[in-house]
Design a binder for this molecule. Structure first.
Ligand code: FAD
Length: 392
């Protein structure tokens, strides 16, 4: 096949990009490895920043989330020093989150795209981007049945996540990867249970971190820190709930509403950034450009922001021959990415104690408690937190 822009991956980044390109009449195609049904069933993120909602609204892509999402504006911290709440919509820029499951957003974006006549090939895995800095860029693909194929393109958008072909095709001499392993592992859970508190709950405990995040009235996300290498099915449901009770201090602050655990994912908290985000005709966006630890729920928001920047750049270039946007895309995205990384890193350190009884662990834990105490007591610290927590 041939297209002006070949978009790899139908996640939030790829589908926002494809919708914006299509709306301006750019000839594009999306290649997605998964089939349609599994794409729409993949539960991941849920907290959308105000700016993300504004971007989607601006382009007429927000009907579903405005109708079915709900705003969320409080987080509650529970630690050895007690608990406190921050209503972040009254702090900082005064903005709330919109809670809307990522799979619903993806399903909406897909519906918009296909209703507008957009081309998408499911069950089509990109295997490599070829000749990205040459005269004849293309993408080699393999279908679910194992048939090989090729798409020729003027531009290729690698929106195919951290293990995708976009990243893999970058030559080592042209792009550097900066990686940070936070040495923390979370077991991510979806429980068939209504939320237990009307806030995001962050619990810091000597047994490890536990988190509570609303999704819908029937489904709640929990995180429980576990040792690196723990298999997803290692803990029984009862053990999971008992651990959550202990760490969230249910005895003091009220019971958790238990339910069947319907999904488990092990998440090693890692971050990385590629520099630059462009090599010739190949551009990266979303998790392909930078992986960010889920501690501050930034990943999907960055993906949408980058997709809009990339769409503008490609539209300017393809419709008017104006290449300023494509030239500056990488630097502009990296500004946002590093700021989000810095805040996520701050959150990782806020939420996790160091284990072991030695002096080093005591030093780190004392710093963490002091950081939490500043957040509890200082209005300016709370404003800063709110601005960074909801902003991208
Ligand atoms: P993806 O959503 O990963 O989409 C990439 C697509 O490319 C996929 O559909 C994949 O099937 C496809 N693909 C992969 N390889 C190929 C290939 N070779 N060829 C063709 N297609 C391919 N972020 C938040 O902002 N808020 C949160 O609350 C939040 N919670 C999270 C919780 C968990 C448990 C996890 C794992 C992540 C969370 N994130 C959160 C991060 C967020 O989900 C990601 O950052 C987001 O999905 C990135 O979007 P993307 O479009 O870049 O990539």
């Amino acid at each position: 096949g041939v297209a002006d822009v070949v978009v790899l991956g139908a996640g939030p980044a790829g589908l926002v990009l494809a919708n914006l390109l299509l709306a301006r009449g750019i000839d594009c195609v999306v290649l997605e490895r998964a089939d349609r049904d599994s794409l729409r069933a993949r539960a991941r993120a849920g907290f959308l920043a105000a700016n993300t909602v504004r971007i989607l609204e601006r382009h007429g892509l927000a009907d579903g989330l405005l109708r079915r999402g709900h705003t969320h504006s409080t987080c509650e911290f529970r630690t050895e020093d007690g608990r406190f709440r921050l209503d972040y919509s009254t702090l900082g820029q005064g903005e709330p989150h919109t809670v809307y499951p990522q799979q619903d957003l993806v399903a909406d974006l897909l519906t918009y795209y296909q209703a507008a006549g957009g081309r998408i090939r499911f069950g089509t895995e990109a295997t490599a981007v070829l000749d990205a800095d040459g005269d004849d860029p293309s993408v080699s693909v393999r279908t679910a049945e194992g048939r090989p194929g090729r798409w020729r393109a003027r531009y290729v958008a690698g929106c195919d996540g951290r293990h995708g072909a976009g990243r893999r095709s970058l030559p080592g001499h042209a792009v550097r990867r900066f990686h940070r392993d936070h040495r923390v592992t979370w077991l991510g859970l979806l429980a068939e249970a209504p939320p237990s508190l009307d806030a995001v709950g962050y619990a810091v405990h000597e047994r490890g971190f536990a988190g509570h995040m609303a999704r819908t009235s029937e489904i709640t996300r929990y995180y429980v820190q576990c040792e690196r290498g723990t298999p997803a099915d290692a803990w029984s449901q009862e053990r999971i709930w008992d651990e959550l009770d202990l760490r969230m201090r249910a005895k003091e602050y009220g019971p958790l509403r238990r339910g069947r655990i319907v999904q488990r994912t092990v998440v090693d908290l890692e971050s990385d950034v590629l520099e630059p985000l462009r090599h010739g005709a190949l551009f990266l966006a979303g998790d392909a450009a930078s992986l960010i630890s889920p501690s501050a729920a930034k990943g999907a928001n960055l993906a949408v922001l980058e997709a809009e920047l990339l769409a503008r750049a490609l539209i300017d270039d393809l419709t008017r021959g104006d290449s300023i946007g494509v030239e500056s895309y990488s630097a502009r995205c990296l500004d946002h990415i590093w700021r989000a990384q810095e805040f996520s890193h701050w959150m990782v350190e806020l939420l996790h104690g160091a284990s072991g009884g030695d002096g080093d662990a005591h030093f780190l834990n004392s710093m963490r408690r002091s950081r939490m105490a500043s957040l509890r007591t200082s209005r300016s610290q709370q404003d800063w937190f709110a601005e960074r927590y909801v902003g991208v």
